[in-house]
Design a protein around this ligand. Sequence first.
Ligand code: F0G
Length: 459
Amino acid sequence: MMARSWEPWHSARAMRCISCGHVHGLREVIYRCGACGDLLDVLYPRPAEAGASLAATFRHRQSSDRLVDRSGVWRFRELLPFYDDESQIVTYPEGNTPLLDAPRSSQYAGLRRLRFKHLGFNPTGSFKDYGMVAGVTQARILGMRAVACASTGNTSASLAAYAARAGLAAIVLVPETGVSFAKLSQSLDYGALTIMVRGDFDQAQNLLRRLAPRLGIYILNSVNPFRLEGQKTVMFELLEQLGWRAPDRIVVPGGNLGNSSSFGKALRELEDLGLLSKRPRITIVQARGAAPLSEAYESGHSERLVTVHANTLATAIKIGAPVSWKKAARAVDWSDGWVTSVTEQEIADAKAMIGRDGIGCEPASATTLAALRRLAAEGTDEQVDPDENVVAILTGNVLKDPDYTVRYHQSSLYEEYRSETRMIDHGPALASAFANPPVVVDATEAALAEAIETRLHMR
Ligand code: F0G
């Protein structure tokens, strides 16, 4: 599927529909095209600076003491100039996340060169902060009093923190079951009105969309194109870390599909500015039980999305009706990428392997390694060459979902949540091939020595 308009710039700052091209004012409180209802891009005139000179401007700011220069988002502000004056900018600061070597994971995937860009090193522990800082900045410019989102837990944590920093009221809607306690604890602690909806993420998102205009609330889900402007900077940062030499492939988990959408827009802009040496293939990975876009690609009909009733233990991406799927498909097609899905078992084992590299991540992030291992070995739906230079995006910190991790290592991770008890104790047990269970000992030297010598095979 090729979107009709993929021109990266516009004569003036504006929002433009990705389908019919209708142009809307930059300060309209809208999330979709007033003419046809499709998604909007935020667009700007082509920046005056490009290529090496622009790269030098970005680089130079790293040694500045100003917060807007130190932010991994606003450091790249020539490419997201939707504010009128720098005093409007909100920053924590955020971003500046590491690019990590991962020898065990590389070997597990059968790849020569795999690195992880770990977005979990953000103030609230997930990639959401990159986009939220831009969304909250726009909310402040618009003079909104309250911001809101539906969330599987990470968007809500980020929105709650950034709204608090910016002095805005925050409302978050999360599904009553299946949101990790770690994420829930964040929105409570940051003072957001936290509403647990008896329904799933997709229902919560629909409710909010209908109600927000009536209550004068600004929606900061990734349907909001200003969120995606902030998330573009993940790519700017990554390319800068790589000396502006693009990798062959970028692998990213897919839920509501905002991340992949923003990566496509970012790379499209960099290409036009002479800062992209080649188009990295954007490869999106969904959980098998929440894989509507992957199913569309596998069926050969990427122009049509059939929504599903989502189910996965990777609760961050338990989404059956992803809002940004058309933008994500545009990015995949432009980059000659692919969309695939992985099983619960593949996710669980890949997550443990990322842990063994001393990195760790939440389950949704591990879909990336899980997919690479299968695609490099089998090349079933898409062949990944072992010699490719691959960057996988880890979206959330390991501490975001400790329950999942502990259960895996204790060999008590089951395929489904039981919603009545809110426990993962339903369906077949997953195999814990890389389990590292805790050992309980009596408080004696002999018992302790025995435990150490046995587990570490020291005898
Ligand atoms: N990884 C993590 C850790 C997430 O929290 C999410 C989405 C994704 C991946 C998927 O990203 O939506 O851009 O494709 N979490 C959202 C939330 C839905 O509410 O926290 P996407």
